[in-house]
Design a protein around this ligand. Sequence first.
Ligand code: 13P
Length: 254
Amino acid sequence: MASHPIVVGNWKMNLNSKQTGELIMSVKKEASKHSSVSVIVAPSFTYLDSVGKILKGSKVQLAGQNMFWESEGAYTGEISAPMLMESGCSHVIIGHSERRKYLRETDHMIHRKMVQALECGLVPIVCIGETFEQRQQGIKDLVVMQQLQAIFGGLIPTEKQNIVIAYEPIWAVGTGQACDPNEARETIQVLKHALIDMYQEHVVQQNFVALYGGSVDHTTITQYVDGDIINGVLVGGASTRLDSMLGMIRAVDT
Ligand code: 13P
């Protein structure tokens, strides 16, 4: 999938209504000056509707931070893909390590969510990454490949179904200790080769893009985004700070 540099801001459970409104207005304005950068924001569920209205007609895209694998029904507290789309979402983050850790999300659940997102027309941003201990044990590549295979097994994307893979080493998320850009690149290559083993190369090129996530900010973003192996970044903390978020958009404009 040919792609502009991508900056995804995952605002997690941060920013109240006023802060969200202020930040989105500035992001919208900055993004309008950088047409070669794809900007995607993922605010809290409760603000999706209002942010979606603000973003109407703008090039900034909206993402849910999670979704459920059924379209409707008795699933208290869950949000469906059609509901996200009604609020204006084009993307949805799936399988974030914080959900795996605190809510025991499994690869199987992530697989079901991804299939549902694709069926409904949302672009899934699928998070994959190893723990610090797994990296220390030298099994990082094995772990990420196993996650990939468990999540993508049985899926054959159609021509129009785009998928974003976000490599987020868990030890780098929210720690200020980012993964070395070359190591991130190598791991993403491992993932892309695993995808090529599952699908044909042209399918991977056509349907997939890859992001790195974990302690990126405006001062480091250009070390990662190379327009080839790493197409963009998935950012938490820095994306909630005005200067950093706008700085990242500016930094990757070519
Ligand atoms: P930080 O940028 O705060 O490390 O978070 C990364 C992340 O989890 C994005 O989804």
